[in-house]
Design a binder for this molecule. Structure first.
Ligand code: NAD
Length: 340
């Protein structure tokens, strides 16, 4: 297939694009390159890169495509809350616009990177949320994902097949690394401080997903028979964990595999936004079988840290990076646009 991947230079995209190429697909990436394109550098010449914003990109990027994987946008709560108007424009409006453009260009399959955070609740309970569970998220990020889902679902017809993948929180190593995702943050803290800090007693539940299992889910959603995915929402996760369980898993792995001793600092204060999600539909309807464990990914991330990563570089933390870019943008404007 010819596949357009928006946001392909991001954390997930940098693992997805090589997997698509290795599976024999042709790939075009559309990305604003907020974090640069270094994560795709090893794939140079194997794919087509269009540096563009999904809010304004022209429909020509869709010609000749068989499918779209739409990853681009603001990818967590803090960045969405930092600029709610940009969040709506990127995560909701641009997604629906891209869906319409795909449909106009005869691109049937449109796989959307939605999120299990749509199920957030401030009053945690142990109920598993399945895809039919009524949702009405209010936080800007989850709201924007839900509105995008609704807009894409409204476009579904005999000529257009949108598929929503509501991923859990992803973890694991990527050539474009993020240390602002819980397991990755714990591994970094283990490396840098030998200490993991848990807020709200670490009681909140999270659906979790290894980055390679996320990639596998996209491959399945692209290749599945249309009747099995047309206008469907799928939760994608390997399992649900309490944050304190994740911390213990990281500690157990590093003690066992690397001989590292870790303290766990259990703080009782903090907001406890919690949700547990049912991943049964994706497994039963599409045969999704998550294969990767937290243990392996922690070892892989540890080895990458040991090879020398500047963990203070804000590029690894989406909100810090956007704040820095905005500050630099306003300073540059004040200087008349040029440093020299
Ligand atoms: N990482 C997770 O745990 C997780 C979980 C659930 C859903 N998701 C969703 O999956 C997608 C990918 O997540 P990620 O972790 O790879 O995020 P990321 O922040 O690492 O990557 C996002 C990519 O999108 C690009 N981008 C941002 N705004 C753009 C715009 N206006 N036009 C073109 N490109 C733009 C960025 O340059 C970046 O390369 C996101 O939509 C995110 O909301 C991620």
């Amino acid at each position: 297939m010819n596949i357009l991947v928006t946001g392909g230079a991001g954390y997930i995209g940098c693992r997805l694009v090589p997997a698509l190429l290795d599976a024999g697909h042709k790939v075009r990436v559309v990305d604003k390159l907020v974090f640069g394109a270094d994560g795709l550098a090893a794939l140079k010449d194997r794919f087509d890169l269009v540096a563009a914003d999904v809010r304004t990109v022209g429909g020509e990027v869709l010609s000749g495509m068989d499918a779209v994987v739409h990853l681009a946008g603001l990818s967590n709560d803090p960045t969405a809350e930092f600029n709610p108007a940009a969040n709506k424009a990127m995560n909701t409006d641009a997604t629906i616009r891209l869906g319409k453009l795909a449909k106009e260009h005869g691109v049937r399959r449109f796989v959307f990177a939605s999120s299990c955070s749509i199920y957030y609740t401030l009053s945690p309970d142990n109920e598993l949320r399945h895809e039919e569970y009524p949702v009405n998220p209010e936080a800007p990020y989850s709201w924007s994902k839900r509105q995008a889902e609704l807009g894409l679902l409204a476009l579904a017809d005999a000529s257009f097949c949108p598929v929503m993948l509501r991923k859990g929180t992803v973890y694991g190593q990527s050539p474009r690394m993020r240390y602002d995702l819980v397991v990755n943050t714990f591994t970094r803290d283990a490396y840098a401080k030998r200490r993991l800090t848990l807020h709200a007693g670490g009681r909140m539940w999270r659906p979790m997903l290894h980055i390679d299992d996320a990639v596998a889910a996209y491959l399945i959603a692209l290749q599945a028979a249309e009747k099995n995915v047309h206008g469907q929402i799928f939760n994608v996760l390997s399992d649900n964990y309490q944050v304190r369980q994740l911390a213990h898993e990281v500690r157990r792995t590093l003690e066992g595999d690397k001989g590292i001793r870790l303290d766990i600092d259990l703080q009782q204060v903090g907001v406890s936004r919690s949700y547990r999600v049912d991943g049964g539909k994706m497994r039963e309807a599409l045969g999704f079988a998550p294969r990767h464990s937290i243990n392996n990914s922690v070892d892989e991330m540890w080895d990458a840290l040991e090879s020398g990563v500047d963990i203070e570089n804000p590029i690894y933390y989406n909100i810090r990076w956007l704040e820095l870019l905005c500050e630099m943008e306003s300073r540059l404007k004040a200087m008349g646009g040029n440093v020299f």
